[in-house]
Design a protein around this ligand. Structure first.
Ligand SMILES: NCc1[nH]cc(CCC(=O)O)c1CC(=O)O
Ligand SMILES: [Zn+2]
Ligand SMILES: [Zn+2]
Length: 331
């Protein structure tokens, strides 16, 4: 018996061009944001053992590093600081926004070198605190939310003054979006600095390689009392709605692939906002390891994850595969 006319799907994707038309959202170069590590050793290009092809870059090497990528169509980066001299870290992360901070110096340098490149700053204290936690702590080791938020807003203001276009707080404290927006009002920056909030950030095992790269692992305990429990779709929804109410300009879900349901939920809850997702260090390292073990081809697999993000509703993807994607998108 022949197939019913209403059952015919194949013709609609029988040509490569027809297949491209099936995408509700295409992957474009504008949708990529490249996370980069800026070290306090100005002339360094230091390997990160757990992250193939990723390096900690000194401020003096940024032209050589980013020039070819900008040439290829890189539109945005997000900066993380690396402090190799642990003796400079203290309980309130004083270094985070001092003029010595590699991120503060890199923002200025990147804005000068590449005026068209959008610069986002991750804001968190864990790269700069002696205890490695993302906020300021009480003596008993629990988080002092009020003090933390005040400090996060202060650091955000200083990154914005240094020239950041986007502030992305990843500390997960309660009420930080409102505090950051208020700080921008006070500094008369609210018209030109956007806040993309790490709203649904889960306490994830996939951050391991990043903590090596940034030297930001907590010296005791874990982040389970501020990052979201991995089973918590409801808390993720509440955090997203909360950040929207507090004035976020965009929402992020992190990690990426294990939380595609949350990403799709974010796209529904915040349908009028840009939605970002972060394909984090552990996802990156896992994909490399599997590709090296012959499980799959790297390009095929990375593209599949990217299409997953786009399908789920992402407008923006933070990924360490950005350099490869810029090349692949040319072919
Ligand atoms: N708060 C710091 C921060 N900002 C981004 C990441 C993870 C990024 C990645 O794994 O690529 C982390 C790690 C953490 O929260 O422990
Ligand atoms: Zn942190
Ligand atoms: Zn962070």
């Amino acid at each position: 018996m022949s197939v019913e006319i209403n059952s015919l799907l194949h013709a609609g994707y029988s040509h490569p061009l027809f297949r491209e038309w099936q995408a509700t959202r295409s992957i474009t170069k504008s949708a990529l944001m490249y996370p980069i590590f800026i070290t306090d050793e100005d002339d360094a290009k230091a390997e990160i053992p757990s992250m193939p092809n990723q390096f900690q870059w000194g401020v003096n090497r940024l032209e050589e590093f980013l020039g070819p990528l900008v040439e290829r169509g890189l539109r945005s980066v997000i900066l993380f600081g690396v402090i190799t001299d642990f003796s400079k870290k203290d309980s309130r992360g004083s270094l985070a926004d001092s003029n010595e901070c590699p991120v503060v110096r890199a923002v200025k340098e990147i804005r000068r070198l590449f005026p068209d490149l959008v610069v986002a700053c991750d804001v968190c204290l864990c790269e700069y605190t002696s205890h490695g936690h993302c906020g300021i702590l009480y003596d008993d080791g629990t988080v002092n939310n009020a003090k933390s938020v005040e400090r996060i807003a202060e650091v955000s203001g200083n990154y914005a003054l240094a020239g950041a276009h986007i502030i992305s707080p990843s500390d997960c404290m309660d009420g930080r979006i409102k505090a950051i927006k208020s700080k921008f009002m006070e500094l008369d920056l609210s018209h030109r600095v956007a806040v993309i909030s790490y709203s649904a950030k889960f306490a994830s095992g996939f951050f391991g390689p990043f903590r090596d790269a940034a030297g930001s692992a907590p010296s005791f305990g874990d982040r389970k009392c501020y990052q979201l429990p991995m089973n918590a779709r409801g808390l993720a929804r509440r955090a997203i709605l909360r950040d929207l109410r507090e004035g976020a300009d965009g929402i992020m879900v992190k990690p990426g692939t294990p939380y595609l349901d949350v990403l799709a939920e974010a796209a529904r809850l915040a349908e009028d906002y840009p939605i970002a997702t972060y394909q984090v260090s552990g996802e990156f390292a896992t994909i490399h390891a599997a590709a090296n073990a012959g499980v799959f081809g790297l390009k095929q697999h990375v593209m599949e994850t990217m299409h997953g993000f786009m399908r789920a509703g992402a407008s923006l993807v933070l990924t360490y595969f950005t350099p490869e994607l810029l090349e692949w998108l040319d072919n």
